[in-house]
Ligand binder design. Sequence first.
Ligand SMILES: C[S@@+](CC[C@H](N)C(=O)[O-])C[C@H]1O[C@@H](n2cnc3c(N)ncnc32)[C@H](O)[C@@H]1O
Length: 225
Amino acid sequence: MRQGYEGTGPGAITPDGCAVELYTRLPVGTEPDIITAAVPAAAHILELGSGVGRMTHPLLDLGFAVTAVDESADMLEHVRGARRIRSSIEDLDLGETFDVVLLASFLVHAGDVRVRRALLDTCARHVADDGCVLIQREGEDYHTDVPRERADPSGFVVRILSAEPVGDGSSSVRAEYVFPDATWTQTFLSRPLTKDAFEEALAEAGLKVDRYLTDDGIWVRAVKG
Ligand SMILES: C[S@@+](CC[C@H](N)C(=O)[O-])C[C@H]1O[C@@H](n2cnc3c(N)ncnc32)[C@H](O)[C@@H]1O
C-alpha cells in the first residue's frame, strides 16, 4: 500500500486504497462528454490511472483510441478493447507521445509533493507538442464541506466522512460507498491546491492552463507552455 492510503471492503484493494469491485459497479458520469468536447475526434488518449475502465470503455465507444495505465493488475484485468500498461504513473516512460493525456480522479492532489511533480512530469513527457493534458481537480469546498453525502440514482450512497489535516499541508480523507449488499471505504491523502498553486505546479512541469472546461474549475485543459 502507498503510505497514508488504505481501503476496506470485499475483494482486491489497490495500493491507493481503491476497491476493484467497487469501481466495476460505479457508473460513469459526464466525464466522457467533457473530454469529447475538449479534444479532436478519434484522438489517441493516454489514460493515467484507468482503473477498471469506467471511463475507458465509453471513450472507446465514442471512437477514441485509449492506452490505459494503472499500477493495479486487478484493475487492468477488467479493461477491454484498449492497450493496457501496468505501471506506476510516476515511472511511466513509453518513449511516445499522445494527442491527449488524461489525469483524472483527482490524482493531481497526491499527498506527496514529489509524487504530484512526477505525475505532472509524466503528463508533460507523453503529450504531443500540439496535444493537450486533461486534468480533473478537486472542487473548492471538497475539504471544508464535510461530512457530505450523495445518493446515486443507481442505488448506492457515497459519503465523504472526514478530511483531517495531517500537518504537512495535506489531509487524510475518508470516503465510504454503501451499496445494499456491500460497503467499501477508502482513506487517502489529498493536498488541496488553490487555482494559483495548481497553475504553479503545472508550470513546474512545463505545462500551462489552456482553459478551464467546467464552470466549477474542476476540469482543466492544459498544454505545453
Ligand atoms: C480512484 S481510482 C479511479 C479509476 C478511474 N480513473 C475511474 O475514474 O474510474 C484510481 C485508480 O488509479 C490508480 N492509481 C492511483 N495512483 C496511481 C499511480 N501513482 N500510478 C498508477 N496508478 C495509480 C489506482 O490503482 C486506481 O485504479
